[in-house]
Each structure stands twice: as C-alpha cells, then as structure tokens.
Design a protein around this ligand. Structure first.
Ligand code: SF4
Length: 91
C-alpha cells in the first residue's frame, strides 16, 4: 500500500469521524409528507421539529420534503403532536 493510500484513508477517517460524512448522502435523507388537505396549519409540528417545519408569513405550513436523517426523532414527535395526523415519514 502506497503512502498516498494511507494518507487518503486517514483523511477519510478523520472526515467521517468529525463531519459524519457528506451532508444528505452518508448521513441519509428521509422523505417527509404532509397531507395538505388535512393540515389545519396549527403549527404544533413547528415546535416539535423547527428544522423541518415552519409557518410562512401567511401562517401556511412550509416543510422540507427531504429532511436529514438526524431529524427523524423530531419529525416523529411532530407526527405524534399533529392533531390532524397529517404527517408521515416515507423512507
Ligand atoms: S401540526 Fe399538523 S395540522 Fe398543524 S401545521 Fe403541522 S402538519 Fe399541519
């Protein structure tokens, strides 16, 4: 094994240990769906998972369809908190 290979492996190891991989690829993406026909824009999901859900200036729900896997627990909490049961995670 060449010194160059060892050096590259060490750099990748450091990268994965510190950054956790490439955002949205190695960390994983989950797909979030909100049934906008059911959503009443109450905003409980915004409190549970503010990185994924937000209300716009008109009070209408906006959300990330592709959310980082590390937000899964928060999105599950948002789904549990939604009074309309409008949130699903599509893996
Ligand atoms: S908690 Fe449910 S009903 Fe309320 S804004 Fe979020 S998705 Fe819509």
């Amino acid at each position: 094994m060449a010194a160059h290979d060892v050096c590259c492996q060490a750099l990748w190891y450091f990268f994965y240990q510190t950054v956790g991989g490439l955002p949205g690829i190695e960390r994983g993406i989950m797909r979030v769906n909100v049934d906008m026909g059911s959503c009443q824009h109450y905003g409980q999901c915004v409190f549970a998972a503010p990185e994924v859900f937000d209300l716009d200036g008109d009070g209408k729900l906006q959300y990330r369809v592709d959310a980082a896997e590390d937000q899964r627990a928060a999105v599950e909490a948002a789904a549990d908190a939604c009074p309309m049961q409008a949130i699903t995670i599509v893996d």
